[in-house]
Ligand binder design. Structure first.
Ligand code: HEC
Ligand code: HEC
Length: 466
């Protein structure tokens, strides 16, 4: 009874101190976000609808540097919120050096697209499938299982030893088992939740019947740019709508490449496989600056270069996969739009209206970790333990240094963590049922995690008061 009261008091103290991090009793809204009624494209599979708990786990995974072998790099290192979840580097840095082969992609409205395959070359068949590939990439996050790297099972073992994952997986999936499939589903939910519909384009479209109508909130150049974007070249337009389809601005799934074929960082190697583009929303940040260089090779550092490219598509005979819409009349040569400087500026003015604001600042898409890499997790309702509390005794609590642990299960190892999840020490249990350990820590509350030889584990909080 006394022990129980003490535990309650301890939990209350913990709750008082914790403000930042993840509170499972106060989940952010991912599942009930408003989507405008003119948005019809959605690649959410029926088995992975967004729910607040799972997307919250996805957020933790997305920002967790522990998901890389070196502990240096999270998804968010190359997909930064302030740049619409992209990277301003032409090529992103690997977790211990090296560079990615292509430019990072903005993760904006990935859900609202007909194309369900991902990456510039569409090699991931679904978003779920995409999400654990960077983790298993030798350069990006390092659990590749090749070139001397450990594989993803080794990451999953690491995740079991972090205090927040067994609890989070149990909250979301009913038990604390961590699998690649569960990681994929939760990360995909978080990525699909990143939506941007608060642009001036959206304000305008909501006021008219058709995207082709003059938008009352647009300037004359912006409306002229919209008309050029929407109209096909044989009607005096620039033909962008054929492949980047308003109002989602998602890529036409059958698009072939757009004539940008040079491999990044090479003089003359070519790559004809890049047939996907992220949504053209949020190319610019709210200050009107590009969120990063453009195209798979990051070759264009300003938007005028993009418009100039489409105005006069380079005619490279090696490009056997150029989209027919970018060839000249009758399939001869390449598209020459002959746009005037003024028309180019109109298109640029229009593209700037596609920028929203909330994705750059909304805390629900931000980093939940503390600067030291720990995570404050509160409001857990599911029981943290796999082993029934009756089967384990830990005393005295508060401890003055020594802690006795007794269990019906053979003890394999004991890990001590800070409340934020930082591993402080590991001790062997030598397969015994009873063991005394020394807690040489400063005064405070710690997690004691016990692993048993039968694969089960138990975590409890202990107050250390030397
Ligand atoms: C080292 C930098 C780096 C890291 C770390 C990284 N990415 Fe990426 N991401 C990229 C690059 C580069 C691409 C484009 C690669 C390509 O197409 O070949 C990309 C593409 C993507 C895409 C495809 C978007 C689209 O529209 O097709 C998604 C989704 C994505 N990343 C999510 C993630 C997730 C989730 C993680 C963490 C598990 C992650 N990324 C980690 C650099 C990174
Ligand atoms: C035939 C289809 C097609 C047409 C027409 C087309 N695009 Fe593209 N666009 C693509 C493809 C495919 C990519 C990705 C290419 C790559 O990175 O190699 C792309 C990429 C882009 C990008 C870079 C996106 C990013 O995240 O880096 C911009 C900007 C862009 N297009 C703007 C336009 C504009 C403006 C027009 C009209 C003038 C236009 N596009 C016409 C197919 C097309």
């Amino acid at each position: 009874m006394k022990k129980f009261t003490l535990l309650l008091t301890l939990s209350a103290i913990v709750l008082l101190f914790v403000q930042a991090g993840i509170d499972l009793q106060q989940l952010d809204n991912y599942e009930g976000q408003q989507v405008p009624d003119y948005i019809n494209r959605d690649n959410t599979p029926p088995f992975n609808l967004i729910n607040n708990k799972s997307a919250t786990l996805g957020r933790v995974l997305f920002y967790d540097k522990q998901l890389s072998l070196s502990g240096n790099q999270a998804c968010a290192s190359c997909h930064q919120q302030q740049f619409a979840f992209s990277d301003t580097n032409q090529l992103s840095d690997g977790h211990v050096g090296g560079k990615t082969g292509r430019h990072s992609m903005r993760l904006v409205n990935t859900r609202f697209a007909q194309e369900a395959r991902f990456f510039w070359d569409e090699r991931a068949t679904t978003l779920e499938n995409q999400t654990t590939r960077p983790i298993q990439d030798h350069i990006e996050m390092g659990f590749s299982g090749t070139e001397g790297d450990p594989d993803i099972d080794s990451l999953i073992r690491r995740m079991y030893s972090l205090p927040y994952y067994p609890a989070l997986f149990r909250e979301v999936y009913g038990d604390s088992t961590i699998t690649e499939l569960r990681m994929q589903r939760s990360i995909a939910q978080f990525v699909r939740s990143i939506q941007s519909f608060d642009s001036r384009f959206d304000v305008g479209l909501a006021q008219v019947n058709d995207v082709g109508d003059v938008f009352p909130n647009f300037t004359t150049p912006e409306n002229a740019g919209k008309a050029l974007f929407l109209a096909p070249p044989n009607q005096g337009g620039a033909g962008c709508q054929g492949c980047h389809r308003a109002p989602e601005f998602d890529i036409d799934p059958v698009s072939r490449n757009n004539g940008v074929i040079r491999v990044a960082g090479t003089v003359d190697s070519i790559d004809l496989t890049n047939t996907r583009s992220p949504s053209l929303r949020d190319l610019f940040n709210p200050q009107g600056e590009l969120n990063g260089p453009l195209m798979h090779n990051g070759a264009f550092t300003n938007i005028l270069q993009v418009i100039n490219h489409y105005s006069a598509i380079p005619n490279d005979p090696r490009n056997t996969n150029l989209d027919n819409r970018l060839r000249g009349p009758g399939g001869n040569g390449t598209q020459q739009l002959n746009l005037t400087a003024t028309q180019k500026n109109f298109i640029i003015a229009f593209l700037k209206t596609l920028t929203g604001s909330s994705i750059y600042t909304d805390p629900k898409w931000s980093d939940p970790f503390e600067p030291d890499g720990s995570l404050k997790l509160t409001g857990i309702t599911a029981n943290l333990t796999a082993v029934s509390p009756a089967a384990i005794l830990m005393y005295p609590n508060p401890s003055h240094g020594a802690l006795s642990i007794e269990s019906q299960h053979a003890i394999q190892a004991i890990h001590i963590y800070t409340l934020g999840g930082k591993l402080l020490s590991t001790q062997s249990g030598y397969g015994q049922n009873s063991i005394q350990i020394q807690l040489n820590q400063a005064r405070g509350i710690y997690y004691v995690n016990i692993r048993f030889e039968d694969g089960q584990s138990h975590t409890d909080k202990v107050l250390v008061s030397p």
